[in-house]
Ligand binder design. Structure first.
Ligand SMILES: [Zn+2]
Length: 237
């Protein structure tokens, strides 16, 4: 596969990828990575959603957000996946109202630790250019490395082009295509708590089929949902 391309085959592989293995990886990140929110007098959590390998699933997130204005999500945009273009207009409207944030998850979902410095920059810069073009706003300074693969070199190279906030996660919904919604509910229930950054994936319907239950978990735990900009007091460029 050529540089910068994301193929139907690689997208398909992504939808099949399980994320169960990362569910308990919290707190093991290299120095400089972010997996929790700054402390606050308000109980709050950040729901973050990656990939969008399934356009239809991404569409369900968009519709759920439009119906629930108090729900806030930070999306980590994989700009090579078509859903981010298909729903660009509605995503931009949600972004402009402050309900969502669109951060960087690269162009083609490579393991950044395996790439040259120049290629790491290209992966981030292409997604950044996409966000500027489609949504009129920078994805900086937040990025999430595909597969959570990150090291000191990736952190340094990303920071050199303005991506100074590598965002990992404290708990995972364990969502992936082929994962049962009951698994998502179990994982979400285990990890949803004050101050945490939670990772979810728009790669299938396992989370979207249980949106009401997920929303109820945040409500019953009295957690306000915030974007990363809101939590960290940063303003988009
Ligand atoms: Zn990903």
């Amino acid at each position: 596969m050529g540089v910068g391309e994301i193929t139907r085959k690689s997208l398909f592989a992504l939808t099949l990828a399980g994320f169960l293995s990362v569910a308990d990886k919290a707190l093991a990140w290299p120095r400089g990575c972010i997996s929790s929110l700054p402390s606050s007098s308000t109980k709050r959590a950040a729901w973050t959603v990656d990939d969008g390998a399934s356009s239809a699933a991404l569409g369900r997130y968009v519709t759920m957000l439009e119906k629930n204005p108090s729900v806030k999500i930070t999306f980590f945009v994989l700009s090579g996946a078509p859903g981010w273009t298909k729903y660009a207009k509605r995503l931009k409207a949600l972004q402009d109202s402050g309900q969502i944030q669109l951060a960087n998850h690269t162009q083609t979902h490579r393991k950044l630790t395996k790439l040259s410095d120049a290629y790491i920059k290209q992966e981030l810069n292409r997604c950044e250019a996409f966000c500027l073009e489609k949504y009129g706003r920078s994805s900086k300074p937040y990025f999430r490395p595909p597969y959570g693969e990150i090291d000191a070199r990736v952190i340094r190279v990303a920071a050199s082009i303005g991506f100074t906030k590598p965002v990992l996660w404290y708990g995972s919904f364990a969502s992936g295509s082929g994962v049962a919604s009951s698994t998502v509910l179990k994982s979400a229930s285990k990890w949803i708590a004050n101050g945490r950054i939670l990772i979810d994936h728009a790669n299938g319907y396992c989370t979207t089929n249980v949106f009401p239950q997920i929303l109820q978990m945040f409500r019953s735990r009295k957690l306000k949902l915030v974007t990363l900009h809101e939590a960290f007091g940063t303003t988009p460029e």
